[in-house]
Design a protein around this ligand. Sequence first.
Ligand SMILES: [Zn+2]
Length: 517
Amino acid sequence: MSNNYLFALTITPIQSFIAQAKSTKDFYSGSQIISKLIQELLEVFLKHDIEVIFPKDKSIVSNKIIVKIDISDQERIIGELQQKVDEFLLLDTLCNGIKLKTDSKSKEQLQDVFKLFYASVEIKNGYQESYLELEKSLAMVKNLRPFNPIISKNICYVCGVRESYCRDNENKKRCSVCYLKSKYDDSRYLSTAGIASLFWQQNIDTRAYRKEFKSFDEALFFEENLDQEYLQRHHKMELDNRKIKTLKEKRNRLSMQKKPTKQYALINFDGDNIGKILSNGLDGIELEAFHKEFSTKLSSFAKEVKELISDEKGRVIYSGGDDFLGFVTLYYLDEVLEKIRESFETNVNTYQEPISYSTAIVIAHYKAPLHKIIQHSRALLDETKKRYSSHSTLVKGGVGMEIYSTTSLLAKFIGEREEFVLLNTLLGKKVNLYPLQQIFYFAKEDMSYSEYLQLFKMIKIELNRFLLRKEVGFSNREIVAIEKLLLSQVQESYIIDLENFFGFFKTIEQLSKDSYE
Ligand SMILES: [Zn+2]
């Protein structure tokens, strides 16, 4: 057998499939489904003793599988892969004991979700050349994907794409795919209220309180949900005011002083320019050797990150080797972020040529619509990457943070890691934004260089004066750091991103408000 062909496969959709979620259960199930599918596809190769280059670990949610294959096996393997993809959701539904309406349309929907794309290239003039060609072919095949918009009034409320044939527990319209997500059997998932209150729960015995309810969800830890409407709608409990009063008393006895935190964090971590790194390698290592080594490194990172977010800290949605998505309860946010960074540094970032990475942190109220928070998190990651890609020579990577109430954005700041270190040291300081904003009232866009210099001189003096005021109370060292922060807000053609600069102080204000109880 001569494995003289490089074979790459990818399935779509992955990101958008996971993101189609109205609850953490949908979100978690989506990722579990993808992860299971990838495992089954990998199994096909392993069963036939085919050398898998990416990914090295079966539990990784990787959007690409690369193997070395004998051309005479190829057709048979593709047949097996295609069959897996077509039947996967249908079988998964059966395995989970989920009953669907037996009409063929539901089945068709389940068979129609995932599309398999593949390409193969003979390794003639070395691995690297073949790999680059393979990447090109795969991208081309993926672009040929037909798009069939569905025109129907009866659309699923979760994905907003497929036609609805089922209704979920809340009597809302779902397609068979999103219905499967809502019925997926998983005891580990937690609601957003559950993630938010995770640390608070650890120090309290909630068993007796939970038994007061027919069914329990962690939103019941928050007093605002102990009312007739909520209990009727979500738990089918008809209670009079007296009973609700008793419940509230029992709730209050759980923790006399401390209240559960209402916010949670969604962390989105992603290595920068991984595609480019895979095409070119690092440190001049021969590409095939580099791929094998890098693949092993990524899987160590993926495994470690999964372990470091233990059950009392949050929940991992997926860990893909160079990217990671997960919920963390606020109390452990800083610790988890630091450990992810450390793990990436020691497991992956071990080459002379550094690999940068971006992190998006969205802190949201547990009642904020989850699908929007997921979208915000993705958009924030993209924006953070975009902002720092222009500084590519620095290879620093950035961090983006957004804080949401139930309905709106409260604060947003994108910066370098050191700027977040500064931000953390300033927590608790009160900066009145209005007088600060007044200092900048004469700043305008598209200045000439001389105007810009003049403006900056003035702003520096005013800013200094403002920050030194007794009621603001910044030390000289902090002022120097803030001036540096202001300088880093200067974009092309002397535009100063004031919104981001003020966002720094708004973020401090918001984070200072939330005591991590
Ligand atoms: Zn749907």
